[in-house]
Design a protein around this ligand. Structure first.
Ligand code: ACM
Ligand code: ZN
Length: 737
């Protein structure tokens, strides 16, 4: 009742509402009134009002974010705490008037109120000020998760604690700790010491993107693991910040590190090392009773370490090749009337479900555990889109949505060529903010089973903790906005609060967050004389974030290739982009495709002549892709032009079935007024050269229209991925000098 009174009171003096606060995720209600609460470097609290754990967190937050001391030797503190009853789960309110009152329903919500209070503080010449205001808040979704893969790369206890500090500051409450995978086993298991003696260490790690050919490796022992004592320490640390840890022990796939230590639990028994390459591997745990026992023994040690409700058993990406050829697996299938290996996986997972349930826990697994039938108590983490999660929810199973499209933070977050290497894909800040764990058209029955959402931070390409921060922030803040807030901010408002309040907070904490979202987006358009590069980006003007577009026209030139450099956003060097335009005679030329490109890879019709070579490694855009092996296209230069060289750039990416061609032919097309269409002089260049991505054709002549005929191999040579299939041909750029 008191809150309602405060609310009305504030509303009466300042008749504005629906204001935007500096808190992210944004609260349910924020009403600002006249004036500020001014403080110097200290806040006072009567220590009898909250328990010591919360007081310690208040001290930590104050010091970390605002250089603020919390003094506790007072009767009447500047901040008062009050317990709320009969309100929504994890509700809190903050009233900032002549004093500050935090009302909370649970300890977690008191912690959330403290994080919000820190975010309301603004630094000025007299210290810190807080706008007089009323905040009312509670979460929309209960599962607000971040995952961290410590198997592909290992992060220390201190780094994991920092990860938890940061996530809890943004009101995440679930840390999914991916502890085992093909490339490393990271948790001490006393019954099976070789899991960490052998399984925690690999002898080599693949360099660059794993699709880069030829593959090279760093031949260096790499690894690490957590003792059970360290695990307990991290679990207790997380609990102080109201974060529950969900451990993941992967099975039956992603098992190569465990099988390097105990090959007897595979189907073949073959001894292999801990894997140094990324991917999916055929050797998985056998479904025989001894392997089930081994895994249940492991779970018996893992479960008591983690007081949370859920235990994650993986279940994703388990090839069935070994099971198909294993007499023991086939015997289990026939004895149990299982029709295929998917049903065998389901049979395997059911045994884990029964075991986890018998220990008083709930089992969760990736959405592949739906295949072959979902076991009775399982919850599902839906990563291959939303469908698996929706299907599980329809069947009455709890679901956490973590679709690659919005929640994979190992994807690129910017399109600039200076983005650090990522696995691929593109998941922008704006895309993350648009995430809805529960699709708008889901029925209330289905919606009731959707617990929330989570971002996954897979670390194949994230070797340092500083890069973990770069890939996670600020996208995690957008995810929290999507999961917590019932009043989700629109993207420009979100960005404005992020840049003005949260980037400085993260700077203060020395977090290596990304500013990719502030980089201009670039578009090239054709003009009569060449191209125009248009850059649209955000600029802060008079304290407001504004969209602004700058244009750079480039006129094609007869001169030798010339490079132009444009600097965008010169006021902030960290978001400046240098764009190099390779000028040439066909800049902005029109193309007539006699062979149509694949609609999936047809970026825009100016891309072949925009003076910008497609990025390598390929990120799925900027290139024109053809799924045929003979391509004919004509280039219209606009007027008869003297030419001496044609340079064509192809992509070679064998793992994506993309190959450079083996023949190029070039000819001038005679103008129609020469009595019909005819062909002029031409040249051709032959030779299958798998790695020759740039072809230079000497061509001496005068023409307006050039015809290019490109012939690729009809089949991918044997020994290469996709052998026997027709390769793709990808082009960007066609440069004419
Ligand atoms: C996954 O990304 N394989 C769950
Ligand atoms: Zn087997």
């Amino acid at each position: 009742m008191k809150n309602v009174i405060y609310f009305l009171f504030c509303w009466m003096i300042v008749p504005v509402y629906g204001q935007i606060s500096s808190i992210l995720p944004s609260p349910v209600t924020y009403v600002e009134s006249e004036g500020t609460f001014q403080l110097n470097q200290a806040l006072t609290v009567n220590p009898s009002e909250i328990h010591p754990g919360l007081l310690a967190q208040f001290t930590f937050l104050g010091e970390t974010f605002q250089g603020l001391t919390i003094q506790t030797d007072v009767q009447n503190g500047m901040v008062n705490f009050k317990k709320l009853e009969n309100v929504k789960q994890d509700s809190y309110s903050i009233n900032v008037a002549d004093r500050i009152t935090i009302s909370y329903s649970s300890d977690a919500s008191c912690y959330y109120a403290m994080t919000s209070l820190m975010q309301l503080m603004k630094r000025n010449e007299n210290g810190l000020s807080i706008p007089k205001c009323f905040v009312k808040d509670y979460p929309n979704y209960q599962w607000r998760g971040l995952h961290l893969d410590v198997a592909r790369h290992f992060f220390t206890v201190e780094e994991v604690k920092r990860f938890i500090d940061l996530m809890s500051f943004y009101k995440f409450n679930t840390f999914h700790w991916h502890l085992t995978d093909d490339q490393g086993w990271r948790i001490e298991i006393k019954k099976y010491p070789k899991l960490t003696e052998i399984g925690a260490w690999r002898d080599s790690t693949v360099n660059e993107h794993y699709t880069t050919t030829p593959r090279t490796y760093t031949k260096q022992r790499y690894g690490g693991f957590y003792t059970q004592e360290q695990i307990k320490e991290v679990v207790a640390y997380a609990a102080e910040k109201y974060v529950t840890i969900v451990p993941e022990i992967e099975m039956p796939g992603h098992a190569r590190a465990a099988l390097a230590a105990y090959p007897e639990f595979s189907c073949t028994g073959k001894q292999q090392g801990v894997e140094g390459l990324w991917g999916i591997f055929d050797d998985i745990f056998c479904s025989k009773p001894e392997s089930i026992q081994f895994l249940q023994d492991i779970l018996s040690e893992v479960i008591p370490l983690f007081p949370g409700e859920y235990i994650h058993i993986g279940g994703d990406e388990a090839p069935k090749t070994r099971w198909h050829n294993c007499p023991k697996c086939q015997g289990i299938m026939s004895a149990n009337h299982l029709k295929d290996e998917h049903e065998l996986q389901s049979y395997f997972i059911r045994q884990m479900d029964a075991f986890v349930t018998s220990k008083g826990k709930k089992m969760i697994g990736w959405d592949e555990i739906l295949e072959g039938g979902l076991s009775p108590n399982a919850a599902v983490m839906s990563w291959r889109g939303f469908d698996g999660g929706l299907e599980a929810a329809k069947q009455g199973h709890y679901v956490v949505m973590t679709p690659g499209s919005h929640c994979y933070f190992d994807h690129y977050q910017g399109k600039g060529k200076d983005e650090p290497l990522a696995i691929g894909g593109y998941t922008s800040l704006e895309k993350v903010l648009s995430f809805n764990p529960c699709p708008a058209d889901a029925s209330p029955e289905v919606a009731a089973y959707i617990l929330g959402g989570q971002a996954n931070i897979w670390t194949e390409y994230i070797a340092t903790f500083s890069k973990v921060e770069y890939m996670t922030y600020p996208r995690a803040i957008a995810l929290s906005e999507a999961l917590w807030s019932t009043n989700r901010l629109k993207y420009p408002d979100f960005l404005s609060v992020l840049v003005q309040t949260h980037f400085p907070l993260l700077d203060h904490w020395k977090v290596n967050y990304s500013k990719s979202a502030l980089k201009a987006s670039l578009k090239t358009i054709r003009t009569n004389t060449g191209i125009e590069l248009q850059s649209t980006g955000m600029l802060i003007e008079e304290g407001k974030l504004k969209e602004s577009t700058l244009s750079f026209p480039v006129t094609r030139t007869k001169k030798k290739t010339k490079k132009a450099e444009f600097t965008i956003h010169p006021e902030d060097p960290s978001i400046t982009q240098h764009i190099v335009i390779t000028n040439h005679l066909a800049l902005g030329a029109k193309v007539n495709y006699l062979t149509q490109p694949s609609p999936k890879y047809n970026a825009s019709d100016v891309v072949l002549f925009d003076g910008q070579y497609g990025a390598r490694p390929w990120k799925g855009h900027e290139w024109i892709g053809f799924d045929t092996n003979v391509i004919v296209l004509e280039i219209d230069l606009g007027k008869v032009t003297n030419i001496h060289e044609v340079k064509v750039s192809f992509l070679q990416d064998e793992n994506s079935w993309i190959h450079a061609p083996y023949q190029l032919e070039i000819a001038s097309v005679l103008p129609k007024r020469n009595n019909g269409i005819g062909m002029g002089e031409g040249v051709s260049l032959d030779g299958y050269a798998p790695n020759s991505e740039i072809w230079n054709l000497p061509y001496k002549g005068k023409t307006q229209i050039l015809r290019l005929t490109i012939t690729g191999s009809p089949t991918i040579p044997s020994g290469l991925p996709g052998e026997g299939n027709m390769p793709w041909i990808f082009i960007d750029e066609i440069q004419i000098n």
